[in-house]
Write a protein that binds this ligand. Sequence first.
Ligand SMILES: Nc1ncnc2c1ncn2[C@@H]1O[C@H](COP(=O)(O)OP(=O)(O)OP(=O)(O)O)[C@@H](O)[C@H]1O
Length: 360
Amino acid sequence: MSVTMIELDGVAKHYDAHVAVADVTLGIHKGEFIALMGPSGCGKTTTLRMIAGLDQPSAGEIRMWGRRLNDDPAWERDTPLVWQSYALFPFLSVQKNVEFGLKQRGMPAGPRAAKAREWMERMGIGAFADRSPSQLSGGQRQRVALARALATEPEILLLDEPLSALDPHLKVKMQAELVRLHRELGITFVCVTHSHSEAFAMADRVVIMNEGRVQQVGAPRDIYRRAGNRFVAEFIGGNNIIPGNIIGHGADGLAFSSPLGALSVASSQPEFAPGGEALLVISADNITIAAREAGLSNEVAAEVTTLDFAGSSVTVFLEAAGGTELRAQMPLRDLETLSLAPGARVFARWAAADGYFLRP
Ligand SMILES: Nc1ncnc2c1ncn2[C@@H]1O[C@H](COP(=O)(O)OP(=O)(O)OP(=O)(O)O)[C@@H](O)[C@H]1O
């Protein structure tokens, strides 16, 4: 059972008339890896800064283990933050950087040096103890910042876009390392990122924010399979979103009238009934492409317009009746079997149970 460690209760942050965070209520569980994700300016960094004590909420309450934190200054909180820029002290050696938090807590020099050494070894930067941060690569600086934050053995680590300054190859490596570190330490990680792939790859739960509000909270797979609203469905990408009207009941579920023609949706959403407008969402990886028509209920004739390759998977963009764009995602080897190329005329299909409705 998950135990709530940090609670944000109706938290807001205003700068004069500007609303950075409108209203965030969220429980962060002990030991989880949670990612705050959303477009630029949605308020994720401000939310993290309020947990760290670097900004005070204009309204609402932040609690840790049930105790109000709002008025505790950052240095009295056990909530270290690792910055996007690492914010290392340039005039201190790596060792002194890592020792910094321990010194602030009054740990004597001997044990402090030993503890710092332990963390430098653990983070693979032991060989650089006497260097200054300017003599390190981006990835090494990142490790120093992590060692400095973790040396005080906090219960929670806050990370602000920790991977954004790294090159793509290093990003993937550090991503795996953060996941490993989280598992080994068993402490809570709260990570701000604007990258879906980072959030979805690392986090146990993802919080999707927009305009200072939480849009959806859930396990990556659940959010991916069932977006809670149109914003999330569009933001996470890879979804086909088709407007239309629910017109009645059919053999496979609800009958949906759309620019693609009559479709079937085996909906388990009682709030959607015949007689209303809705958006039908079908994830691109639930759409298959066939060369020949099979006479199935959700089958649409379309022309391939573009192929977008991403490693071993490919997104096939299609244009269907009335100019409606569809996208299908498939493993590269399936594409090769079909020998698809732009201009090919194909049939896109999906199972009635693979679509779900959202409010327009
Ligand atoms: N000190 C400040 N004074 C005024 N406005 C601010 C301040 N800090 C942040 N804001 C505004 O609050 C909003 C939220 O900012 P925040 O940094 O939390 O966004 P974000 O989601 O982290 O964005 P990004 O991904 O671009 O860093 C933005 O519109 C920003 O301009």
